[in-house]
Design a protein around this ligand. Structure first.
Ligand code: ATP
Ligand code: MG
Length: 309
């Protein structure tokens, strides 16, 4: 007889796809030591089976999360253009009830958004209790694109005395404080950096240009940003080194093989949700006679109208 799988053995099985990629601040962080083409000893077929199993598990966990209505889950996705954020979100969450999921994509801020502090627009899109919230890009752009393009910072209209050389360190501190606050108030925060190589990005841009169905995804801005590759890598290094915490860990996801990225992302989310130990709410025994009364009444109504059950 096969051994019954319990939640513990399931999360143990997924550990090889979670633990090596997790950065929680307990060790120093070097982005350069993380491979982009890792496959975790899997081939595409084995990966597909794991992704499918995780999809079903996630669908069940999402229902429990919603029914429990205590925790909120915030999932942050960052990465260079063509790192596969959109398609990973699509693949990992495609089996989940869309009514329980909120996706927010953060683009260049509007005039209204620039008139507020940098966390304002993200705060407005945080998931409610019982829901999964996906951030496709996030307030981390404030230490990435804004850091790489200094004129963007000027547009934020910060009072000049506050614009010092400590600004990035201060933003890391504020983000850590914000995430600690969310965590202490019942939001589980998980962050994913889709780590793609410069060569793989080149191939994906070429694909977008060569395949008519993908051409709409290509933007001239992407090529301009690619020229700043090293500056972005340095910014990501600094972001992850300073904002990896136990309450809100980063996961540096090898993203050259999209299927392996999906294994890591889905395994990480499933394992973290399993740890929340979500159960469907128990029915109060005192209410059972009332339920029985309603059930009998509904049955009697059916009989009166000549219907069965
Ligand atoms: P796609 O895969 O479709 O290209 P995308 O997330 O790159 O998805 P775009 O509309 O191409 O979407 O780009 C959004 C742009 O908005 C990115 O270049 C990003 O750096 C920029 N952006 C996001 N947040 C900020 C911010 N706070 N300040 C300035 N620019 C930002
Ligand atoms: Mg883009």
């Amino acid at each position: 007889m096969p051994k019954k799988r319990n939640n513990k053995s399931l999360t143990d099985e997924l550990k090889p796809y979670v633990v090596p990629f997790r950065s929680d601040g307990s060790r120093s962080f070097r982005l350069k030591t993380h491979r982009t083409d890792e496959r975790g000893g899997l081939d595409k077929e084995a990966a597909t089976a794991i992704i499918e199993a995780n999809r079903q598990r996630l669908s069940d966990l999402q229902e429990r999360l919603y029914a429990t209505d205590r925790w909120a889950v915030l999932l942050i996705f960052q990465g260079m253009d063509a790192a596969g954020k959109d398609s990973a979100i699509d693949a990992v969450f495609s089996g989940v009830n869309p009514q329980g999921v909120d996706v927010a994509s953060f683009k260049v801020p509007s005039t209204l958004e620039l008139n507020h502090d940098f966390l304002w627009r993200a705060s407005a899109r945080l998931p409610q209790r019982g829901r999964l919230g996906i951030f496709n890009r996030s307030y981390y752009e404030e230490c990435l694109v804004v850091r790489v393009h200094r004129p963007v910072l000027a547009k934020q209209k910060l009072p000049p005395p506050l614009l010092t050389r400590n600004i990035w360190r201060e933003r890391f501190e504020d983000i850590n404080g914000f995430e600690r606050y969310l965590s202490r108030n019942g939001t589980l925060v998980l962050k994913f950096f889709l780590n793609v190589s410069k060569e793989e990005q080149r191939q994906r841009f070429l694909d977008r240009l060569e395949q008519p169905g993908k051409r709409w995804k290509f933007s001239m801005d992407d090529v301009a940003e690619r020229k700043l590759w090293d500056k972005y890598q340095a910014a990501y290094q600094d972001v992850i080194a300073h904002t990896s915490t136990d309450m809100a860990p980063w996961h540096v996801v090898p993203a050259d093989h999209k299927w392996f990225a999906r294994v890591v992302i889905s395994s990480t989310i499933v394992s973290a949700l399993e740890k929340l130990d979500l159960h469907f709410p128990k029915i109060d025994k005192a209410e059972l006679p009332e339920y029985e009364r309603v059930r009998v009444a509904l049955e009697a109504e059916g009989k009166r109208r000549g219907k069965g059950k």
